[in-house]
Design a binder for this molecule. Sequence first.
Ligand SMILES: [Cu+2]
Length: 540
Amino acid sequence: MLLDHNPLHDYGIQTRNGRAIAPLVISRRDLLGGLGGTLATVMLSAKARAADSAAKRLIAETRILEVNGRPARVFGLTGPDGRPGLRLAAGERFRVDLANETGARTLVHWHGQLPPWMQDGFPWPQTPPFANGTAESYDYAPISGTYWMHSHHAMQEQSLLTAPLIVDDVARLREDRQDIVLMLHDFTFRTPDEVLAGLTGASAADAHALAQRTERAGSDDGGKAQSPAVPTMATPGMAMQGMSMSKVPDPAMKAMDMTGTGMTPTGVAGMDLNDVQYDAFLANDRTLADPEIVRVDRGGRVRLRIINGAASSQFWIDLGELTGRVVATDGHAVQPVPGKLFPIAMAQRLDILIDLPAAGTFPIVARLEGSVRQTGIILATAGARISRMVDGTQAAPPVDNSLEARLAAAEPLPARPADIVHTIALGGGMKPYAWSMNGEYWPHITPLMLNKGQRIEIELVNRSMMAHPIHLHGHVFQVVAINGRALRGAVRDTVLVSPHGRVRIAFDADNPGRWAFHCHNLYHMETGMMTEFRYQGIAA
Ligand SMILES: [Cu+2]
């Protein structure tokens, strides 16, 4: 029965009559941001804002995606142009009305952006997820580069409540390069609750309760209604020359030589990889058997913006015969690093410039670490013959910090001594499946208190056998040491800490509020690997 495989069925999706436009509400952010306490003042300021420029409408909704020949109901985030996510012009403010048409509560985080904390999209008690049929307004100055957005409510991220967030800048426009976004996902027909239950050995109901407990604020979604029946969907047409449209069973399922059952992690040289066995890996929502073909010019100049939006998977970006150069990580410019093979941890982004040699087809492949499985897109000049993409024959190695060690920020933090140096130990394991920071499990944590103006250094010490991609909300940090070796590394928002490895990051406390600091492996976060950095004077 299709319903059993509906990844949304744990979110209490309710069938709605028609698709009436959700009423725009004056949000708490408008009220807080108003110049005075009276409604009149709020309305005046809203009017002045509207005159300045209209807000972009972003819709969080459900959609049907065909994966391996089978329809699945997933979430989506659709911008005003009908495409996934948002693209902002150089200098444009992030002025967005986010309409919730998901059928459940939701809350969307603008990953890597630096908004005031109450617009960050994290479920603090002050900013709980908001209801289906309502909207929230956001208004802040964005930073330019390759970012993304994803739900920070429950485990909606696994069900593809994610999208690109690209902010242009004048320098990039001057480059005159074709801009190609490649967003990666891991996909399962199981619900996230089922996945988490499988990992923890608990029931799906217990896993659901665990997921709810990670949010201290707000109430449950309410009555769990059955999901609407999933309609069958025709195979999307693709009229590319030489491209077979026939569906093949996922060869990767048979080719997985390193994993046993769905829940056994891949083992490579004493470390654990790939907690979850997925049904597919998606590149711009398409599988390897039915990849997106992107038309490029002969000898064209390309900027690839790669976003790892996977919930629990890491990849090597393989450019094949092409050579590229990484020019930005997590949206922030770095000294260019040339190469053909680049690791990308969960939640990270890579901007890669490529000058195409001539006519032809150029697969851009993302290879799952510790596996032969892969996904990707194909760049193709007009008339080029396109051949089928298949899984690899050799397992990709674990994603590591080999690239990180070579990165140098184009605009490093000003040199200054740290006011606070704090060590955070990353702990946990597969049995029992639970992950911690300094021995604490979210939400039972002790916040790290900061003062505005301080320089903070965090030494991340991984005592576990898994790599953890650690993300800081509301700030950018610089990687200043790997395994004790000092460097003036990349400025970014998510860094990988290898098994038994150490990474030191530095940042300036310049954005007062409450900020989450967590592993971006969704199942590690859900089972505890998260803490809070809180500024003095901000109420809990
Ligand atoms: Cu982790």
